[in-house]
Design a protein around this ligand. Structure first.
Ligand SMILES: Cc1cc2nc3c(=O)[nH]c(=O)nc-3n(C[C@H](O)[C@H](O)[C@H](O)COP(=O)(O)OP(=O)(O)OC[C@H]3O[C@@H](n4cnc5c(N)ncnc54)[C@H](O)[C@@H]3O)c2cc1C
Length: 400
């Protein structure tokens, strides 16, 4: 039975991450956005926190410790912590050292040796990142259309191709790269490799200048005859070669979304809450306004509060299902679609309420730019709706 009461551990993580967001992240938020990066000395300073606070590290570390399915709460911990960190600043939250989106595929498909080799490097005094590279110029929403080729050679694979829009891709110590052994095989041909920084033939060709999330690095990556040893094929060859194995890199990529979509939804909720609270504070205190105006704004604030609350509940439900080991692809898509749209709406309403003063030097203007991508990455809203619709029609034997 789902309960919305927070456990003691969940309370603690919420308080700790909120304290960190308020005292360490928020003070550098506007400056990092202006610079277009998170200052290196800040990253060094917070690294000791960062290892614990990077949200996929929170869920991963629990998995590592071998909880039983029913006792797990890592996914709920991750969404609770993420909401607070994104409340501080979403671009900085995404830039905290840790495995990032690269953690879940290694957790779900990696061998124990690979988990030990790649997921333990973050317990270190130096900030380090992991990354997840699926998107290509011809494979975004249609993730089955990956064109990056993995050619089997003696002792490993040669990877050739390009990946775009990769979060923390340039600075990452390793990147989980999805490539195909044969494009004609479609999904079945996909494999996931861990490509380490410094591997010959692997380069970061460009950092993308973005409208929002400006302080977070988004990279384009190139693979030119990049040799990856067999030990870095996620799950090893046995995973794909087992008789009747339906396993492919595509499944690994999609499974990742079941745990990361609720986290992305939680980020959107944190952004919405930040815009809402900031605006409410200003409107309540600083505006020389009539009671009539207050009645109008009260209605808008009430609507925003309700939207944020509803998005949080569906997000917690998706995370709770993941913790129970219950399939949650539909709920993960629902919360991602609802939260992204809701947060964009709340930021727009907040700007509307602030009027022209909101356009300069206030975090709401920045949040409005940051939030747009939340109905885009980890699958656009149209793709979330497709995921939901497929599950609705499936029982009737209809494919959409
Ligand atoms: C800041 C940022 C960070 C990112 N980080 C990562 C990362 O770390 N790793 C990674 O792999 N990727 C990452 N991405 C990529 C992101 O996941 C893709 O941009 C996203 O999946 C959309 O793919 P696309 O850009 O190719 O758009 P397209 O797939 O070309 O979509 C364009 C439009 O067509 C619509 N559309 C497409 N297909 C359908 C359909 N079947 N039905 C209805 N509508 C459809 C889409 O909804 C969208 O509106 C990131 C992107 C951004 C902007």
């Amino acid at each position: 039975m789902i309960s919305f009461e927070l456990s003691e551990q969940q309370h603690q993580i919420r308080e700790m991450t909120h304290w960190f967001a308020e005292n360490e992240i928020r003070p550098i938020s506007l400056e990092a956005d202006r610079l277009g990066y998170v200052p290196e000395d800040w990253l060094q300073k917070i690294n000791q926190f960062g290892v614990q606070l990077n949200t996929s590290s929170i869920s991963s570390s629990e998995n590592e410790s071998g909880y039983n399915k029913g006792e797990r709460e890592g996914n709920r911990m991750a969404v609770i912590a993420t909401e607070e960190l994104a409340w501080g600043d979403p671009a900085i939250a995404l830039s905290l050292p840790g495995a990032g989106l690269g953690g879940p595929p290694i957790q779900s498909s990696g061998t124990q040796e690979q988990k030990d080799r790649f997921l333990t490097i973050f317990k270190n005094d130096k900030p380090r990142w992991g990354a997840y590279a699926l998107t290509e110029p011809e494979a975004g929403s249609d993730a089955s259309n990956v064109q990056t080729i993995a050619t089997k050679v003696d002792g490993g694979y040669l990877i050739n191709g390009q990946k775009i829009f990769i979060t923390n891709g340039g600075r990452a110590s390793w990147v989980v790269v999805f490539a195909t052994v044969d494009p004609a095989l479609g999904r079945a041909g996909q494999r996931a490799f861990v490509v380490e920084k410094g591997t010959s033939g692997f380069t970061c060709s460009r950092l993308v200048e973005k409208m929002g999330l400006r302080a977070n690095e988004t990279a384009e990556l190139l693979f030119e005859d990049c040799f990856v040893p067999i030990e870095n094929l996620l799950g090893g060859e046995e995973l794909y070669e087992k008789k009747n194995s339906k396993r492919s890199g595509f499944q690994t990529a999609m499974q990742t979304f079941d745990s990361t979509r609720p986290i992305v939804a939680a980020m959107a909720i944190g952004i919405a809450r930040a815009a809402y609270e900031y605006t409410l504070d200003i409107v309540r205190q600083d505006f020389p306004i009539s009671d009539k105006y207050h009645n109008m704004t009260a209605e808008m604030f009430a609507e925003m509060e309700g939207m944020i609350h509803a998005a949080r509940l569906v997000t917690w439900e998706a995370a709770w299902k993941a913790d129970q080991g219950i399939p949650n692809a539909k709920e993960a898509a629902i919360c991602k679609a609802i939260a992204g749209k809701m947060a964009l709406d709340v930021c727009a309403k907040s700007l509307e309420l602030l009027g022209p003063i909101g356009l300069e030097g206030h975090i709401v203007e920045k949040l409005f730019r940051d939030v747009k991508v939340f109905d885009l990455f980890e699958g656009t809203n149209e793709i979330q709706h497709l995921v939901i619709a497929r599950r609705q029609y499936e029982p009737y034997g209809i494919r959409v």
